[in-house]
Design a protein around this ligand. Sequence first.
Ligand code: M6R
Length: 615
Amino acid sequence: MCGIVGYMGKRNAYDVLIQGLKRLEYRGYDSAGIALEGSDGRLRVYKAKGKVADLERAVEGQDISGTMGIAHTRWATHGVPNNVNAHPQCSQSGSIALVHNGTIENYGLLKTALMQQGYTFKSETDTEVLVQLIEYVKETNHCNLFNAVRESLRQIEGAYAIAVMEKDNPDTIVAARKSSPLVVGIGEDETILASDATPIVAFTNKVVYLQDNEIAVIHRDRPLQVLSLETNHPAPVDIKTLQMSVAQLEKGGYDTFMLKEIFEQPETLRDCIRGRIVDDGARVVLSGVLQNKQKFLDVNRIVIVACGTSWHAALIGKHIIQDMCKIPVEVEYASEFRYSGPVITDKDIVIAISQSGETADTLAAIQLAKNKGAFVYGICNVVGASIPRNTDSGTYIHVGPEIGVASTKAFTGQVTVLTLLALCAGQVRGTVDAGTVRTVAQALARIPDTVRDVLKLDEEIQKLSRTFTYAHNFLYLGRGYNYPTALEGALKLKEISYIHAEGYPAAEMKHGPIALIDSEMPTIIIAPTDSLYDKVVNNVQQVKSRGGVVVAIVNPGNTAMQEMADYCLEIPEVPECLTPIVASVPLQLLAYYIAKNKRRNVDQPRNLAKSVTVE
Ligand code: M6R
């Protein structure tokens, strides 16, 4: 889970690569580096611990000329973040430079073998082993860079997206991928490759998504060449047009991407719903479901696999699919799924939820599900990512690029798509009545405006956040549909403020966490006036009678709760299954402002990266 970029063309490569690294910084930001080919045939490698801005400072005054280069922003897996472990990693002679996203599993064995051949290693990285291996193969086989890379990759076990360049060869970059994303942008007399399309869109909208086990040769004077790593035969170069704009990648006047993404939700939800609710809410049209009607009729069970925030959305999806479709649903952490002896058959539908579409654990889970014969359905945001390309069918959430590491608009988009899926499949199966479909679908069609109203709480929440800046622990409680909302609220706070927070089913509190309650630990309770409201009131009383401080998320006019709780935040009333979308927004804002009060870097919280492409 690092970001890689490569450039060959007529511009100054350094500028393009730095700009690209800034776009990819969400993928990792503990060190960065760049390798440039100068007109004198020298390879210039610059690295810095820290962010891309630190690299820029380190490079001040250095020679940054050249029209070809590769660059990297790192999220450390092998070796601490420092200059030596930063990429590009170079071969022993210094003539080959390589950037890598992924992990090489058999690097220990290869390293020992190379050491026996006299190679010495400077870094602790797995990547250095690959670049040394390429040099070794090149020298012993007397072959060109392409053949050396190809032969070396055949000896590698693990995941990789790589870009490689060499001294004295200012016209060639070799790139390859297996289980880590790589996109090649084809411009006028220039080519830019990257871990995703965000560094590319400023230069061209023509892209090729490299497939697993493909190797590409980017040559200054020849069209892009893509070959199969196994057979060495040419693979089709399938050029797609990007549906992305540069404006979507900017902060648009907001202080941070996260705040922009929270405030974008009325528009992103509108995009997510567009064309999917028809006939004034009488019908929900989700092509992924309608094109596979029989699967949704024959299914015995749905298993949803996901990680992090997407897993929270999955829990909400379970509830709504069970309600509307009367299909048993299980939710699994994708990271645990394959180690839990899963019993999956061809009568199961496995739904994978992922914002990035690149999460390694989720990809591994769907591979296993496919091998066992399940029909695999993806719910993703990033168009053309690995998960949508490796599923039988699916639905994009269409919320646009999410750059803040903490997921916000993707979460509400995922819950929206799961609601649409439940309604559509429920109609196909005849398990949901027309009145329910219309009520929920019409409310969902209004949800962008509802969320716009919720965002008016911004100032109130900002003020409230100051009361809690110095709390060390938070408890988030919710029941039914809003137990996952509580989990999500707690995760948001943990991720960006580094305050410990626990999400809990409200009624479970009395089985343990109630021992923690005191005046120092705020409890956030999600308490819309729904079917479980009366029970949640009891939980509020249990916290209050032990001296706890309560912030309640309630529907307007709930005077009883206003008397009981210390603070109330009012959200509009919506059908019960839609309350997580509405209730999660004030929790995003609360986490955001507490983190800002603590001067945290909310877009790039410590130790995290946006997409986790390693196990
Ligand atoms: O891209 P994915 O949805 O597969 O990512 C899953 C998690 O890594 C992600 O949701 C993570 O928990 C976020 N940082 C949450 O804000």
